[in-house]
Design a protein around this ligand. Structure first.
Ligand SMILES: Nc1ncnc2c1ncn2[C@@H]1O[C@H](COP(=O)(O)OP(=O)(O)OP(=O)(O)O)[C@@H](O)[C@H]1O
Ligand SMILES: [Mg+2]
Length: 397
């Protein structure tokens, strides 16, 4: 995907150096020498990253980013500035128009390129999160609609059975006048039409289950995710142990649950990076009326003092956050995986529990209630909690 980047500086020489530094980058580069021209480019090209000088003739960089935010809420904003302006910029970083600042003059333009790469990564992660949020909302709406339709179809069918039965009995009377017989035969035709509509409604509610919540087998879903990861885990030298047991049915959105498991497995894969012996164990089963799937790794583990933060959006120990030269420093991570998992778990009336020991490894368990018994009434009674996408990192579950 292309990520247009906009640089704004009133010094054309600086813009020229930037163009040279980004000459080999695959993303379209836009430049402007002032705020007005930059805003026109925001409107026409919707850049994903905007980097602006702080002090410029006319509109300053912070004002520009605020105006640009009105035109397009999604871009990642950065400011470059001399150390002298640091105080005002540090204040600005706490408001959401500015993500970070870059000190000027830079010693090495690779620093700037790296900062833009990080901004693009963040943009992509936010876009993925937004997409998942929409998927969740759609799943929830469709599930609610599916339950409603199933309920109506069931009631309507009962009424229709009565209409058809009594019409048939009335038609059996040999004393009927030809006119009444004709009327009753019309009632029969309309009742048949009504039962066809009920059939269509039921077909719709089945369809809605495809996109909403449907009965599924957690062990089977886990197997499907492992099939997808098997090759890359083997190539990374990870020993994969499967301890999958058969589990009672659960009611889930299969796509989202697979996404949750994929996040757990990716984290486990990352955690074991650099270990002499890399092992990931996947368990599934049921316990106390709930079904679970657990991903256990022998990776770096999580220090107890950080356990409460891992579900925070944007909490990550990977990439630039990791100690220089450590295995985690080379890994991509923006810190959204677990926050999304938490949202998915809650939306399924489930929960995630974590145990971890620093230097030894971690175990992440996803728990789900077993599905209600089948039948239209039972289905109509199934409820999912409303979707909430706030951070839940303060709670260790
Ligand atoms: N299995 C694990 N072992 C050790 N630490 C983990 C494990 N899973 C998560 N963590 C810690 O929790 C942090 C947050 O995880 P999360 O999945 O939310 O983000 P990320 O993996 O850093 O980035 P992203 O998932 O957005 O690419 C990780 O950076 C890491 O410090
Ligand atoms: Mg992750």
């Amino acid at each position: 995907m292309d990520h247009p980047i906009l640089f704004v500086d009133d010094n054309p020489v600086i813009l020229k150096t930037i163009e040279v530094a980004f000459a080999n980058e695959p993303h379209p580069l836009l430049t402007a020498t002032g705020g007005e021209a930059a805003l026109a480019l925001v409107q026409s090209h919707h850049p994903h990253v905007i980097v602006s000088d702080l002090r410029m003739e006319g509109m300053d960089g912070l004002t520009l980013l605020h105006h640009a935010r009105q035109l397009d809420p999604h871009f990642i904003g950065m400011i470059f500035t001399a150390y002298l302006d640091l105080d005002s910029v540090m204040q600005a970083v706490s408001d959401d128009a500015v993500w970070r600042y870059i000190a000027k003059p830079w010693q090495d333009s690779r620093e700037l390129v790296m900062a833009v790469h990080n901004a693009i990564e963040l943009f992509e992660a936010r876009a993925a999160r937004h997409h998942a949020e929409e998927q969740l909302a759609r799943a929830e709406r469709l599930a609610a609609l599916g339950h409603l339709v199933t309920g109506i179809a069931h009631q309507f069918n009962n009424i229709n059975v009565g209409i058809m039965g009594y019409t048939q009995m009335a038609l059996a009377d040999p004393q009927l006048t030809p006119e009444t017989r004709d009327h009753l035969e019309h009632v029969q035709v309309f009742a048949k039409r009504a039962s066809e509509i009920v059939k269509d409604l039921s077909a719709f509610s089945d369809q809605s289950q495809l996109w909403g919540f449907a009965r599924a087998d957690l062990t089977r879903l886990t197997g499907e995710v492992l099939d997808r990861f098997g090759k890359s885990l083997a190539e990374a030298g990870v020993h994969l142990h499967r301890e999958l047991r058969s589990t009672p049915p659960v009611e889930v959105n299969g796509g989202l649950v697979k996404q949750l498991l994929a996040n757990f497995i990716t984290n486990a894969l990352h955690a074991t990076e650099g270990r002499p012996e890399r092992t990931i164990r996947i368990e599934s089963g049921s316990d106390g009326g709930r079904v679970f799937v657990r991903v256990v790794d022998n990776g770096c583990g999580i220090p107890a003092k950080y356990l409460g933060r891992i579900f925070d959006p944007f909490y990550t120990t990977k990439g630039p956050q990791a100690p220089v030269g450590s295995p985690q420093a080379a890994l991509p991570g923006v810190g959204l995986g677990l926050s999304l998992c938490q949202t998915i778990a809650r939306n399924h009336n489930g929960e995630i529990t974590v145990t971890s020991e620093e230097g030894k490894g971690s175990a992440f368990t996803f728990w789900l209630p077993t599905a209600e018994p089948c039948g239209p009434e039972a289905k109509a009674a199934t409820r999912h909690t409303p979707i909430s996408l706030t951070g839940h990192g303060d709670e260790r579950r």
